[in-house]
Design a protein around this ligand. Sequence first.
Ligand SMILES: [Zn+2]
Length: 221
Amino acid sequence: MTEPSTIAQQAELLVRTAEHLFEAGVMSHSGHANLSARLDDESFLLTPGFVRGLSTDQVAVVGVDGVVRGGRLQSAGAEIVNMHGVVYRARPHVGAVLHTHSPAATAFALAHRPLPCRTELMLRFGQAEDVPVVPWGPRGSDVSVRGVAEVLATSPTTSAVLLANHGLLVFGPDPRSTADLLIALEESAEAELAARALGGAVDFPAGALDAVRASMARAAS
Ligand SMILES: [Zn+2]
């Protein structure tokens, strides 16, 4: 059982993460997002579907099986709960899952185009591969959740997926670093789209991704 003080701390962290995402300018006009943070093997905290002006008392405790265990979830949160749960179940080391409709990344989701890994920023913030697209299904539906599980299985090292015709889902060890990756992805998507006016973004040279991975591994050891 998670201590109430831990729940309060994690809820506060989600509030600050929402503010961080707005300050970074990566939110869509509506302010729609669902942010979650793992509490333990069995449960996580989940925000409602709109996070502008979020407060800690709006955050609910949910089991990784999708059952609400404390607090109240608004309908948007209740629909999306399994989309978060499937990531926590599939990736035991994930501590946070963030879902937004960040406009440039969502453009790739609408076009069913993976977001290519072509910026140094993406590499540095932990996404050293293209962001794959999960086939469309109504949000939170079995089809959609199964699609997320399948892409997580076929792309075991990705830290993000694009939800076709919907938006972006990013996951990582904690809310702050996951938000930083989300911001890096949105910035990369913007740059990718802007580069099209100049003839299109260009891939890294052959072997560059491996070289950066090796360099990052050395720095971390
Ligand atoms: Zn959404």
